[in-house]
Design a binder for this molecule. Structure first.
Ligand SMILES: [Zn+2]
Ligand SMILES: [Zn+2]
Ligand SMILES: [Zn+2]
Length: 95
């Protein structure tokens, strides 16, 4: 299921292969999230930096997909629910 925040999104390629903020500070991360609105790569809430959630709080970009190899799901921060990844983003996920 796609949520209302995912309709008519144009894919933005991922900015990086790791969390952008953690790469700058040298902090380790656990899992990666890919912002479907701007291509930001941030780390999950199990990571010390929690940069994907911080990205949502600062930008309001509501949907981020898992950027883990082989995973194909996204999280809507606005609705706090798991949603599908729109077809046009699937080529950018890590296989
Ligand atoms: Zn939504
Ligand atoms: Zn974003
Ligand atoms: Zn991070």
């Amino acid at each position: 299921m796609l949520c209302k925040h995912e309709t008519a999104l144009n894919p933005v390629p991922p900015h990086a292969q790791g969390c952008e903020e953690c790469l700058k500070s040298g902090t380790p991360w656990v899992h990666l999230r890919y912002c479907l609105y701007c291509g930001h790569i941030g780390c999950c809430d199990s990571s010390p930096g929690r940069h994907a959630t911080k990205h949502f709080r600062t930008t309001g970009d509501p949907v981020a997909a898992s950027f883990e190899p082989g995973e194909q799901w996204a999280w809507c921060y606005a609705e706090q629910e798991m949603v599908d990844v729109p077809d046009q983003f699937i080529p950018y996920l890590r296989s």
